[in-house]
Design a protein around this ligand. Structure first.
Ligand SMILES: NC(=O)c1ccc[n+]([C@@H]2O[C@H](COP(=O)([O-])OP(=O)(O)OC[C@H]3O[C@@H](n4cnc5c(N)ncnc54)[C@H](OP(=O)(O)O)[C@@H]3O)[C@@H](O)[C@H]2O)c1
Length: 242
């Protein structure tokens, strides 16, 4: 038996367990199981790691950063971002990866045009670090936007028409709009969005958030976070089988 699982808290509506259970059935894989490990403290990870047939873990909120001290080695992205969402376990060695990076980059690429040379990144949490890592790799200049405007981050009130015209890619990495808080949206000046803007919402539930709906009204192209979510899971599976 090869055992895989997800650590995080809470794990009430886990995408991953359903995804992998369906994947094993589709592939006819009978010796794999994917379980949820809703741990309330990272110290509980030690007990999970003792399972002799454990081959891989996904990591979600709030442990993507806290899991790093448990790793024996880590990818360049994990070290750079300071967040790990996929652990490969081989012969007792734990290797950390960040497959959010893969998922975000691969899902964004088909929507990019030459004029997408500067991006607004709404939010400054863990997901935004993965987004900024990818933007830097793609030579797209990132600009953080935060509720707490500080050095390096604009406030929402700083988003003038000029700033919006300059940044034709806008990425929401805040949880605003996510179920059940579906009426909320980031406070950007939507009236300055145009058909040249592309809006990417990392939120995937609902499929169309207020952020995306308001962008569509202005003629912007939009995408939600579902493809990223699926791609990061596919990449985890590839890593565990490599
Ligand atoms: N599609 C995917 O595969 C994928 C992968 C990872 C994450 N996500 C989604 O991305 C979102 C962010 O994840 P995360 O782990 O980075 O979360 P997080 O750390 O809790 O929040 C991200 C940032 O959003 C801002 N923020 C938080 N609450 C806000 C509010 N009420 N109003 C305005 N801004 C707020 C904060 O930045 P400031 O304090 O600077 O404003 C915060 O640092 C979640 O919805 C998560 O589900 C999706």
């Amino acid at each position: 038996m090869r055992r895989f699982g997800l650590i995080g808290f809470p794990l009430t509506h886990s995408f991953s367990q359903k995804f992998f259970t369906e994947k094993f059935a589709q592939l006819g894989v009978k010796d794999c199981v994917y379980e949820n490990y809703p741990i309330q403290d990272i110290s509980e990870l030690d007990a999970i790691l003792k399972k002799p047939d454990l081959c891989g873990l996904n990591v979600t909120i709030p442990y993507k950063r806290q899991v790093i001290p448990f790793l024996n080695q880590a990818s360049y992205a994990v070290n750079d971002i300071g967040a790990c969402n996929c652990i490969e376990i081989k012969d007792g060695t734990l290797t950390g990866h960040n497959t959010d990076v893969f998922g975000f980059e691969k899902s964004l690429l088909p929507f990019l045009h030459a004029h997408h040379s500067k991006a607004l990144v709404l939010g400054t949490g863990g997901a935004s670090a993965a987004v900024v890592f990818v933007l830097n790799r793609l030579h797209i200049e990132p600009q953080y936007v935060s509720r707490n405007a500080a050095e390096g981050a604009l406030g929402y009130g700083d988003l003038t028409e000029e700033v919006m015209n300059e940044h034709l890619l806008v990425i929401n990495t805040t949880p605003q709009g996510m179920y059940p808080d579906t009426d909320s949206f980031p406070e950007i000046p939507y009236q300055y969005l145009t058909a040249r803007h592309h809006l990417y919402d990392l939120v995937y539930n609902p499929a169309e958030t207020k952020f995306l709906a308001k962008g569509k009204v202005q003629g912007a192209t939009v995408q939600n976070g579902m493809e990223m979510l699926e791609l990061q899971a596919e990449e985890s599976w590839r890593i565990w089988n490599s």
